[in-house]
Design a protein. Structure first.
Length: 287
């Protein structure tokens, strides 16, 4: 379903919780919630660190912790950080494109052992966090949400990880210097693992575990090596294997979808249509 541009409403409606947003769930150690273009009121206690990726401007009255409600513009194509243990109240009267909010469990954050989370939390909520990479992530997510394809867990986890990493870098919680590259051996371990596990669930954590490197190194290193994020790299491998099986086997298309790691034949079809401009049946027939 296409994403509309904006909505408007009165700011003086009862406060509601996160349950008002239908598109929410959990992907591994990350929770997520997608807010559309309808104006809303929201109040929540965050028991985990939360980062919101703003897809467009939000015109609001906002209160953090024990402060008073004040006018605040959450600028589009930025992020906002809300530390665990806080309280957030937002009355959004004008919404452009919406947002995606991610909550990060301690198990996830522990994989970033070089991030100074305590110092970052002491600074309280921070808004309008700008960085070229955050802008690119916002635009990509906005385009992705405009399609009819559902998010899969690995895609959500990958987006959440990159949003976390870039937001923390902007806040100075993780140094810009340091190791970013994968060695030949580490990359080969990841590549072999992906080939072996295409038909199974692949997670960001599993890629870091197999190479025995921090999650940050997986994301930075894969980008340097391949020009692709881990999610895109895995998806390209899945598409390539499915293409090969369509052209060189008589395996049913529904079975090909599953052995290549797609959630269903419909998922395979929508991915092929987006990436190749052809449906799997057309590929099988040589089209």
């Amino acid at each position: 379903m296409a994403v509309a541009i904006a909505g408007r409403a009165s700011a003086h409606t009862p406060l509601r919780g996160l349950d008002q947003f239908n598109r929410r769930g959990k992907a591994g150690e990350v929770g997520y919630c997608v807010g559309g273009t309808r104006p809303y009121t929201l109040e929540f206690q965050n028991d985990a660190d939360v980062i919101c990726l703003l897809l467009g401007d939000l015109v609001t009255e906002t209160k953090f912790e024990d402060d008073t409600e004040r006018p605040l513009l959450f600028a589009g194509e930025s992020s906002a950080f809300h530390p665990r243990g806080g309280n957030v109240r937002v009355r959004a009267t004008e919404v452009h494109y919406g947002f995606i909010a991610f909550s990060y469990q301690p198990e996830f954050e522990g994989r970033f052992d070089d991030v100074d989370r305590q110092r970052t939390r002491r600074g309280g909520s921070r808004n309008n966090i700008r960085r070229d990479a955050i802008t690119a992530l916002s635009r990509s997510a906005r385009e992705r949400l405009a399609s009819d394809r559902a998010f899969d867990d690995f895609e959500v986890e990958s987006l959440a990880t990159r949003v976390y990493l870039e937001t923390m870098r902007s806040l100075g919680a993780v140094g810009e210097e340091g190791r970013h590259r994968l060695s030949d051996h580490e990359f080969d371990l990841i590549a072999a693992y992906v080939e072996d596990e295409l038909g199974n669930e692949i997670t960001c954590a599993s890629l870091a575990t197999v190479a025995r490197v921090p999650l940050r190194v997986v994301f930075d290193g894969m980008k340097m090596r391949t020009g692709m994020s881990p999610y895109r790299y895995v998806m390209e491998k899945r598409v390539a294997r499915a293409y090969h099986l369509l052209r060189n086997s008589t395996m049913p298309i529904s079975e090909i979808a599953l052995v290549c790691g797609f959630s269903s034949q419909q998922h395979l079809t929508s991915t092929f249509s987006t990436k190749l401009g052809r449906a799997p049946r057309q590929v099988r027939l040589g089209g």
